[in-house]
Design a protein. Structure first.
Lengths: 216, 194
């Protein structure tokens, strides 16, 4: 079997494996063998890509408004996704959680315009971005208890939404771990750092929505 | 106290118009739907609009959901159809996929692996793969996302896109080959910068 003959059937071999003749060709041809390995790796990695991007909260607000206009849902209190000012007379842990969320995740000030394409490469110098990701990582490690308290508070006020917020936080934490690992392996990769910052951005949004809910 | 609402309960309540249940369903599925829309369009603004449209269609039709298939499958199909309709309106079709192909990629077997250690093994991670997918021509990106990322079979893709199964397989192969080139180029660029 020649390389040309093998590569004619390559799409099927990638997904289903080869027959005896095709396997024999692979044993004797490093080029085709490598090509097959690369294509299988790409397909395998693609299957492991998780949904990692959350839409802006305005998407839900628009959906909700439209559904209410159409009479498909009953009216409910307005959901606020912007920051809610709170006083120190509120539950102390809420103040702590909000402060951490605001100070740490609000450090991503250059990402506040959600009309930008999230996949665009940010032109950020390496030193400031590196410092920022280190700050976010350190602060994220301190946020675990506040996460649990947030979920407990939401469960107390809105039990039907507890699982939603808990799952969302678990997913974004997994995304953060993955992005951190990528940054550690590719410390000079700006896009990797931007992925990590986007992950923290998502966590900040979840916090904001959760805090809004728990204050209702 | 109800510790949490299951998806089945949320669907039942949403079918009766309960606002919280709609939000539960949105929360459960928004990421997958939005990620799908974003990967297929490569544009966040379009992806947001399409996500919104997909969920609006879902809620308008939720009363018709009888549980014959998994709810997530039903929603997923709906989202894919919303994206495909949108892309058709933008005149994205199979012909344009062929027009993006460079002829020399089809004509000869690939033996141009002159550099040492040209295999991609060990150098494909999520960030680079996502970036490469975003760089694919739109037609290739659509097929690749539907098959390799979202798990649709070729017969399903052919039905959704109005093409043949053979065409779907062919486009997928071209997409994977293009991704291989993009990932190798990216790796070479990184090596030069060091």
């Amino acid at each position: 079997m020649t390389c040309a003959e093998f590569q004619k059937v390559l799409p099927d071999v990638v997904d289903r494996g080869g027959d005896a003749a095709q396997d024999a060709h692979l044993r004797s041809c490093p080029a085709c063998s490598e090509l097959l390995a690369d294509l299988r790796l790409i397909a395998q990695q693609a299957r492991q890509l998780l949904p990692t991007h959350d839409p802006h909260p305005r998407v839900w607000e628009n959906i909700r408004a439209t559904l209410e206009e159409e009479g498909l849902i009953r009216s409910a209190p307005v959901r606020m996704h912007h920051l809610i000012p709170f006083s120190h007379a509120a539950v102390p842990w809420l103040a702590t959680a909000a402060a951490i969320a605001l100070l740490v995740f609000g450090a991503v000030l250059f990402r506040r315009d959600f009309s930008e394409d999230r996949l665009a490469v940010a032109r950020v110098s390496s030193s400031p971005a590196s410092s920022r990701t280190q700050e976010l990582t350190a602060s994220n490690q301190q946020g675990g208890n506040e996460e649990e308290q947030l979920i407990r508070q939401i469960a107390a006020e809105h039990p039907t939404l507890r699982d939603t917020y808990e799952n969302s936080l678990k997913q974004v934490d997994a995304y953060i771990s993955d992005a951190q690992r990528t940054v550690e392996q590719n410390p000079y990769d700006e896009e990797a750092r931007q992925s990590l910052i986007r992950a923290y951005d998502q966590k900040a949004m979840i916090y904001q929505m959760g805090l809004s809910r728990s204050m209702e | 106290m109800v510790p949490g609402l299951s998806e089945a309960e949320a669907i039942a309540r949403a079918q009766r118009g309960d606002a919280d249940s709609f939000e539960v369903l949105y929360g459960l599925h928004k990421r997958r739907v939005y990620s799908l829309c974003l990967r297929m369009t490569g544009n966040s603004a379009e992806a947001e609009d399409l996500t919104q449209e997909a969920f609006l269609q879902l809620y308008r039709k939720i009363a018709t959901f009888r549980g014959e298939s998994a709810f997530s499958t039903w929603l997923h199909r709906m989202a894919v159809n919303v994206v495909l309709m949108h892309l058709r309106k933008k005149s994205l079709n199979q012909v344009s996929l062929d027009e993006t192909l460079e002829p020399q990629q089809e004509d000869s077997p690939r033996r141009d692996f002159g550099a040492e250690d040209t295999s991609l093994a060990g150098s494909v991670d999520r960030v680079h793969l996502e970036r490469a997918i975003g760089s694919l021509p739109p037609g290739y990106r659509m097929i690749f996302v539907l098959h390799d990322v979202e798990g649709f079979e070729h017969n399903e893709i052919a039905e959704m896109m109005g093409c043949s199964i053979g065409n779907s397989k062919s486009q997928l192969h071209k997409a994977r080959m293009k991704l291989r080139d993009l990932l190798k180029s990216s790796r070479a660029e990184k090596a030069l910068k060091r």
